[in-house]
Design a protein around this ligand. Structure first.
Ligand code: URA
Length: 189
């Protein structure tokens, strides 16, 4: 069994926290496992819990058009969440649930070894960029850690609630597009 298959099959039977009692599916993550770009959302919602795939509800459709606006699609990036099981009624995940879940995503990051991580929303940015991340002030800024570039953009669900934020997000996505192109050029050299 390959590393990915082993990781995925162990993760799909995870019972490390109480969310295992209420979930329908573990939402492991999906997309291109060799992508230089990893998008990390927050937590699966009802649609994701039902399908087992990240971002398959309304926010997911918006994420698809955000990717398309900069010439990308799900086959070119990898998409995962900070937590793999849906918290009941979409409540915020408890810290102990996040801590129990994190090693799965860290293992995925180790296998993908992305050059760029895009955090979708504040919760993901607080986990992967810095604990006091301020999304309104710091979205669209590049950070660097372990040789990886990190940026947070507004979560698609926030853009559904407040379409006025879409202009800023388009500019942030443009910066991501430019950096992806730069990485492509670099890998051709
Ligand atoms: N919101 C998220 O953060 N992740 C999903 O997979 C769906 C909605």
């Amino acid at each position: 069994m390959g590393d990915w298959e082993k990781l995925q099959s162990e993760c799909l039977s995870c019972r490390k926290c109480a969310l295992a009692e209420t979930r329908t599916n573990v939402v492991f993550g999906s997309g291109n496992r060799c992508s230089p770009v990893l998008f990390i959302g927050e937590a699966p919602g009802a649609t994701e819990d039902a399908t087992g795939l990240p971002f398959t509800g309304r926010a997911g459709r918006l994420l698809d058009s955000m990717l398309a606006s900069v010439g990308m699609d799900r086959t070119q990036v990898y998409i995962a969440n900070t937590i793999k099981c849906r918290p009941p009624k979409n409540r915020d995940p408890f810290p102990e649930e996040q801590t129990a879940c994190l090693p799965w995503l860290e293992a995925q990051i180790g296998l993908i070894n992305p050059k760029m991580i895009v955090c979708l929303g504040r919760i993901s940015a607080m986990r992967f960029i810095k604990p006091d991340f301020r999304i309104t002030q710091e979205h669209g800024q590049w950070f660097e850690r372990d040789g990886k570039k990190l940026m947070a953009i507004y979560h698609p669900a926030a853009l559904l609630r407040d379409p006025a934020k879409r202009g800023d997000t388009f500019e942030d996505l443009r910066k991501i597009e430019i950096e992806v192109e730069r990485l492509r050029e670099e890998s051709r050299k």
